[in-house]
Design a binder for this molecule. Structure first.
Ligand code: AMP
Ligand code: ZN
Length: 473
């Protein structure tokens, strides 16, 4: 069956037909490394990791590239604030980025090109645009001339006049059109710079992505992804630069995720309404964040609240508990199983349904509902007092199906995670709470036994009127 994806360029779901049969070349706009990334930024990192792995699961050979924007106004501002050079800021936060995406269970991209490592290629592309009359030089700055590119606005679905009235653009009398954007910025006092035919300066953000994506994936590639805030101007400008220079279609399918909102507003650094992914990861394991995003369609907005994350965690625990109950049941089977699994038709239908949902523009929310249905089927069997071979085989089949899908969902590692966080302190607290309850119910033989066993393990217990206190000898 064909995979369909919603293409922002055509505003419709289209069948995914790769340029080269069996191969997908995919680019995701990566982070600007001037700070720790927030949980809104984590949405594209997580969902496109899942999509990329799903495409591999469906048999495509996927080449996945994510850039690192390591020179930018925000990095320069941070370097001035922190009194260190821009390269130090970029290194610190790109190291942090790699640590955080690893913790999120994101598989490494095939390439992570950096803007500062591609300056000669960036200069070459700008020169080409100048030669073709699509860019012009003013006082050491180079601007792209949007009115000289025929299809400017095709991704946003607006013409230049509509875009002009909707955009917040700085007034710069040197530009021919207010929407013209900088390809090269002349150096200012104290800023990092590179030599170029237009003097010392640095590249604009949009040209970096055109250069790095085409260098790694070719002049025309299959999928370009990012958050919906990048449609205009970033991706619109990438199209203008790339197609202006090559005369070829730049990207076949454009994918954009919806925002993560907090109290109805987009989470963003500039609004200050953000939590860093690092902070959130101290409260919730990565698998909870993954299922939190999986339970929504990637193009829909998603609200971030304690309550919704907790719901995601409960849903994940339902899956994990069922799988471990299946393991316990299968351990008890202790015999060669034969015959056909129970519920075969319904398990197969849920399995096919899951794939059909994923094939339909990566509808992870619909796909997850099939997993929950599988879990329900398993629990119906697990409530029985005795299992037949057919029951055992059904449990096995359900587990294998979920484990197979986890090759791209990346949520089942949650259990191990939980185990590593069990502490001695937490267990002692649990035992002491049980002991208090036993005392309250006047079951003193058992409560004394807990006390003696803990003392034998070197735990001192002092009973206070409100609650016992303890310490290790
Ligand atoms: P930035 O570092 O701001 O360029 O953002 C990195 C990625 O995160 C881009 O793909 C943005 O579109 C995306 N992004 C930023 N804020 C949000 C948000 N609140 N919800 C979803 N995606 C976001
Ligand atoms: Zn980009």
């Amino acid at each position: 069956m064909a995979i369909k994806i919603f293409n922002t360029l055509t505003k419709q779901k289209e069948e995914l037909i790769p340029i080269e049969p069996g191969k997908i070349r995919m680019y995701l706009c990566g982070p600007t490394v001037y700070d720790f990334f927030h949980i809104g930024n984590a949405r594209p990192f997580i969902i496109y990791d899942i999509f990329r792995r799903y495409l591999s699961y469906r048999g495509f050979e996927v080449k996945f590239v994510m850039n690192i924007t390591d020179i930018d106004d925000k990095i320069i501002k941070k370097s001035a604030d922190e009194q260190v050079d821009a390269a130090t800021v970029a290194q610190k936060y790109s190291d942090a980025f790699f640590e955080d995406i690893k913790k999120l269970g994101i598989q490494p991209a095939d390439k992570y090109p950096r803007a500062t490592e591609n300056i000669p290629e960036i200069i070459a592309l700008i020169e080409k645009l100048v030669d073709k009359g699509l860019a012009y030089v003013v006082d050491g700055d180079v601007f792209f001339s949007v009115s000289d590119f025929q299809n400017y606005g095709k991704l946003s679905g607006k013409n230049i006049d509509q875009l002009k009235s909707g955009a917040r653009i700085e007034v710069d009398s040197r530009k021919k059109n207010p929407l013209d954007f900088a390809l090269w910025k002349t150096v200012k006092e104290g800023e990092p710079y590179w030599d170029s035919p237009w003097g010392r300066g640095r590249p604009g953000w949009h040209i970096e992505c055109s250069v790095m994506s085409m260098k790694c994936l070719g002049e025309t590639f299959d999928i370009h992804a990012g958050g919906a805030d990048l449609i205009f101007p970033h991706h619109e400008n990438e199209i203008a630069q790339s197609e202006g220079a090559t005369g070829k279609q730049f990207v076949r399918y454009w994918l954009h995720n919806g925002f993560l909102n907090i109290e109805g507003e987009k989470m963003s650094k500039s609004l200050g309404n953000f939590f860093t992914t690092r902070e959130i990861l101290t409260q919730y394991p990565a698998e909870v964040l993954r299922i939190f995003f999986l339970m929504k369609h990637y193009r829909s907005p998603v609200n971030f609240s304690e309550e919704l994350v907790q719901q995601a965690q409960n849903a994940l625990e339902r899956i994990i508990t069922t799988i471990s109950n299946i393991d316990v049941a299968l351990d008890q089977s202790q015999r060669e199983l034969s015959g056909e699994a129970a519920l075969t038709e319904s398990i197969d239908a849920l399995r096919d349904g899951f794939i059909a949902e994923m094939d339909d523009d990566f509808n992870t929310a619909g796909a997850m509902s099939k997993i929950f249905d599988l879990v329900k089927e398993a629990n119906l069997i697990l409530t029985k007092t005795q299992y037949s071979d057919a029951d055992y085989l059904a449990l096995q089949k359900i587990k294998e199906t979920i484990v197979e899908f986890d090759s791209f969902l990346g949520i089942l590692s949650y259990k191990q995670h939980q185990q590593t966080t069990i502490t001695e302190e937490a267990l002692i607290e649990i035992l002491l709470n049980v002991r208090s309850e036993l005392r309250r119910r006047k079951i003193f033989d058992l409560s004394d036994e807990i006390r003696e066993k803990l003392i034998a393990l070197g735990v001192e217990i002092h009973d206070r009127p409100d609650k016992p206190i303890w310490r290790k000898k």
